[in-house]
Every structure is written in structure tokens, then in C-alpha cells.
Design a protein around this ligand. Structure first.
Ligand SMILES: [Zn+2]
Length: 199
């Protein structure tokens, strides 16, 4: 998937999530909705920092640079110690690997929640349940990226538990079908986002 399609897909999922949460009677203010949508939109590009040729690799340098340094160090250590384990690990830091696995984000989310809970998080402006909810909705960004790459390419969606590569369509990134999907997503997103900020 290309950058605009990733973002449009993330906005649709996160926007639908915000609408569903509001409909269930929980309040998400317009400001929090805006922050959540912006984070999901940029979060949907984050997995591609593992590819220096991508937009994220060029522009999200704050995230990409430490990742590349970490990957280079892991590769060097694998070579230095002739370690098969370290080499396999550094291979997992390549494009469409660990940063693309939904498990990575779900485990990070669960860890962050456990750590926050154990520090007796207290903030009246953003209660704990709301923080969990908003963070969960933001995660739809990188997770939607993985689903998108599996639609226009292939990806091990269930890694590291299962090594099967998923490829939901025969169409490639940048194909006319992807452009049509983008058009549909934009048509859905515009009224959806307008309904969120009109509320
Ligand atoms: Zn990708």
C-alpha cells in the first residue's frame, strides 16, 4: 500500500472506533479525537521506518535513525560473534518484519498498560480507561498498515506465532486497484470525519 492509502485506511478504522465508543455512551472530546486520529494517521506510516527508501524512512528520522543504528549494531554483533541467534534476530529487524507484525504493537500496548497501572497512574483530565481506549484506537494505525500490506503484497500477519505469509489479493502496491481503494476510502472518510467533529 502507498502512503495515502495507509493513512486513509487508518483514519477510517480509527474514526469508526471513535464513533462506536461515543455511541456506547463514553465521551471522547473533539480534541482527544483529533489527537487520536493524527496519531493513528502517522502511526500507520511508522512500520515503514524499516525501509530507508520509504516516506517514513526519509521523514520520521527521529524514529528511523535509532532503529537503523540498533539494526546495524545487531548485524555487526551477529557477524562479530558468528552467532546464528543474533543473526536471525537482526534479520527480523529487516523490511516487513518485526515492525510490521501486529503482535509487536499489541505486546507493546499490553506492556505499557501494565507499567502504567503499576505506577498508580492518576490524571483527572485523562482517566485511565480513556487513556487505554485512546491508545488502543491509535494502535489501529500501525495494525491497519500490516493489514494493508497483506492486501497489496504479503506479510506474516501472525508472526512470531505462525510463519504463514498472508496475501489477501493478487494486486500490487500502486496498482490501479489500490488507487480505486483509496478513492473509496476517501469517499468514506470525509463524511465520517465530518460527523466526528460536528458532534
Ligand atoms: Zn509496510
Amino acid at each position: 500500500m502507498t502512503k495515502p492509502t495507509h493513512q486513509a485506511f487508518a483514519l477510517m478504522l480509527t474514526g469508526a472506533g471513535i464513533v462506536a465508543v461515543r455511541k456506547s455512551g463514553h465521551d471522547i472530546s473533539n480534541l482527544n479525537a483529533l489527537i487520536t486520529l493524527a496519531a493513528a494517521s502517522y502511526g500507520s506510516l511508522l512500520p515503514d521506518i524499516d525501509d530507508p527508501r520509504s516516506w517514513a524512512g526519509h521523514h520520521l528520522v527521529l524514529f528511523a535513525l535509532p532503529y537503523w543504528i540498533f539494526r546495524a549494531v545487531a548485524k555487526f554483533l551477529g557477524w562479530l560473534f558468528r552467532s546464528k541467534v543474533i543473526k536471525e534476530y537482526s534479520d527480523e529487524l529487516g523490511h516487513r518484519k518485526i515492525l510490521h507484525y501486529p503482535t509487536t504493537y499489541l505486546v507493546s500496548f499490553a506492556s505499557a498498560i501494565i507499567i502504567l497501572k503499576s505506577t498508580a497512574y492518576r490524571n483527572d483530565a485523562v482517566p485511565f480507561w480513556l487513556l487505554c481506549l485512546i491508545t488502543g484506537l491509535m494502535l489501529l494505525g500501525p495494525i491497519s498498515h500490516a493489514i494493508g500490506d497483506a492486501c497489496f503484497g504479503s506479510l506474516k500477519l501472525l508472526a512470531p506465532f505462525c510463519n504463514k505469509s498472508f496475501s489477501f489479493t493478487p494486486f500490487s502496491t500502486g496498482s490501479i486497484v489500490e488507487k480505486l481503494v483509496l478513492l473509496v476510502l476517501v469517499i468514506v472518510d470525509i463524511p465520517l470525519l465530518m460527523s466526528i467533529f460536528r458532534a
